[in-house]
Ligand binder design. Structure first.
Ligand code: HEM
Length: 97
């Protein structure tokens, strides 16, 4: 996500970017961040600008709503038309970094 772009003498200079991991994986904003807990999004939900899977500002993903529609359609059909079970019950999800 591009947050700021510095210019000097009318020319493009440095970009300052924010990694989504700096908030998505930060227990300050998302307690126990590795845990899948949809209830975090209930009520007021996450603090402003902390949950940014589609980026933000002027470069925000222009097809964010379309992508959400696709995901909701996929998930709806997935849970209503199929029975899901873990292929490997002991497999752990690991993030790197
Ligand atoms: C789960 C699905 C998607 C995710 C998580 C996602 C996420 C993102 C992110 C993080 C950015 C960069 C935002 C930034 O620089 O701050 C972006 C940009 C963009 N996305 Fe998506 N996106 C998704 C789906 C889509 C789809 C389906 C389309 C088109 C049909 C799309 C088109 C674009 C375009 C054109 C940009 C560049 C915008 C620009 O630079 O002005 N994205 N997206």
């Amino acid at each position: 996500m591009q947050v700021l772009q510095f210019q000097r003498d009318g020319r493009h200079g440095s970009n300052l970017s924010q990694s989504i991991f700096s908030t998505h994986k930060n227990p300050k904003y998302f307690p126990d961040p590795e845990k899948i807990d949809p209830s975090r999004f209930e009520g007021k939900g996450p603090a402003s600008c902390t949950f940014v899977p589609f980026g933000g500002g002027t470069q925000v993903c222009p097809r964010m709503e379309y992508a959400c529609l696709e995901i909701f359609t996929f998930m709806h059909n997935g849970v209503t038309k199929f029975k899901l079970e873990k292929a490997n019950p002991d497999e752990k999800i690991a993030f790197n970094p």
